[in-house]
Design a protein around this ligand. Structure first.
Ligand SMILES: Cc1cc2nc3c(=O)[nH]c(=O)nc-3n(C[C@H](O)[C@H](O)[C@H](O)COP(=O)(O)O)c2cc1C
Length: 345
């Protein structure tokens, strides 16, 4: 499989990304998101390097060609293992390999990767260096601004300097600390305060390097504000996680608002048919329709009929014999509330 020719460019083409999210951004979710935006960069869930080296590679790496541009996020801190995993990513046709330096979960801490690596910027730089030597696709990092008692204006800049010198093509910054003691992973996405200014300061320090921002961004208008060319030194990219997953219809504004492309048309009937076809192929491979529909339940958030739509896709689609027709039924239930139901956003 060939990568799609995706590249990062600084100060010219802005990038909108849907964040990597464990258990959420699996391949079915990404296929669905791709119907809503042609251009957004999509991320996999984090895959630990060991899982690729010792585990079932196709299970972790298979994806649909429609998902491009697509980045594989890796977890780990052993430069050799990460190098092997990155080579696999390239062979399988991913457009980018990204290293997770932001995830605070216990499981991840015990394996010395994720956010605790903010304390080991030299090791992270070494990982990036080894990966960059072995693949042609962009190598990127997603980090926090610091952990626990660290001073972000030291920890973020040390991490950034190390990885950018080591060949990192883009640094995505989740603009809050991770508190490694006492907060659950979920709390760590809400409680440590957001500090967008420090990410802007980082971009001012590295005007010629790709710096993207993430954390707490709720709408495409807000996202566009970060990369607006009206700013003195705009950021290069904006990454949205929960808002995109929970309210996916916002993604249909990405192509025009971020990429200046007004040609993407997102018709409800087309989404419905495409997801039915996709689900029917999944069912032929012994999959369940619920694996797919669980990612679609937020599509009509706030719309009349959304409750029934959600109920059909979450409850009825989970029944043993449910098939792709359940998707049509769910869409019909929304349509009946308007002449033609509009997507919110
Ligand atoms: C369910 C869930 C799973 C996540 N899994 C990952 C992950 O695998 N790798 C990662 O770097 N970040 C992960 N994150 C963090 C997001 O990528 C993102 O940084 C965070 O949610 C803040 O962005 P948001 O406010 O736009 O959601 C996860 C977030 C959620 C909600």
């Amino acid at each position: 499989m060939d990568p799609s020719g995706f590249t990062y460019s600084v100060n010219t083409r802005k990038i909108f990304a849907v964040a990597p999210m464990m258990d959420w951004t699996d391949r079915h979710c990404r296929y669905f998101h791709r119907l809503l935006t042609k251009h957004a960069l999509l991320y996999t869930e984090m895959v630990v390097a060991d899982a690729l080296i010792y585990g079932d590679v196709p299970r972790h790496l298979e994806f649909n060609e429609a998902e491009h541009p697509l980045a594989l996020q890796l977890g780990g801190s052993d430069p050799d293992k990460l190098q092997q995993a990155a080579k696999l990513a390239e062979q399988w046709g991913y457009d980018e390999v990204n290293l997770n330096v932001g995830c605070p979960s216990d499981r991840v801490q015990s394996g010395t990767f994720g956010a605790c690596l903010m304390r080991q910027p030299e090791l992270v730089a070494e990982c990036v260096h080894q990966i960059s030597k072995s693949v042609q696709i962009p190598v990127t990092v997603k980090c926090r601004i610091g952990v626990d008692e660290q001073e972000p204006n030291v920890s973020l800049f040390e991490l950034a300097t190390g990885v950018l010198d080591a060949g990192c093509n883009a640094l995505w910054v989740h603009a809050r600390k991770a508190w490694l003691q006492g907060l659950s992973p979920k709390e760590n996405r809400d409680i440590p305060p957001l500090d967008y200014d420090i990410v802007q300061q980082l971009k001012n320090t590295y005007p010629d390097r790709f710096i993207g921002i993430n954390g707490g961004i709720k709408s495409i208008d807000q996202a566009a504000g970060f990369v607006s060319t009206g700013l003195n030194i705009p950021l290069d990219g904006v990454m949205v996680g929960r808002a995109a997953y929970q309210n996916p219809s916002i993604l249909r504004h990405v192509d025009s608002a971020i990429y200046g492309d007004d040609t993407t048309s997102v018709e409800l009937d087309d989404i419905c048919s495409a997801m039915m076809d996709y689900s029917s192929r999944h069912l032929e491979q012994e999959g369940r329709v619920h694996h797919i529909t669980r990612h679609m339940i937020g599509l009509f958030q706030g719309q009349p009929g959304a409750r029934r739509y959600r109920q059909i896709l979450s409850v009825e689609a989970a029944r043993p014999h449910a098939d792709q027709r359940i998707i049509r039924q769910a869409f019909e239930s929304v349509k009946k509330y308007g002449e033609v139901a509009e997507l919110a956003g």
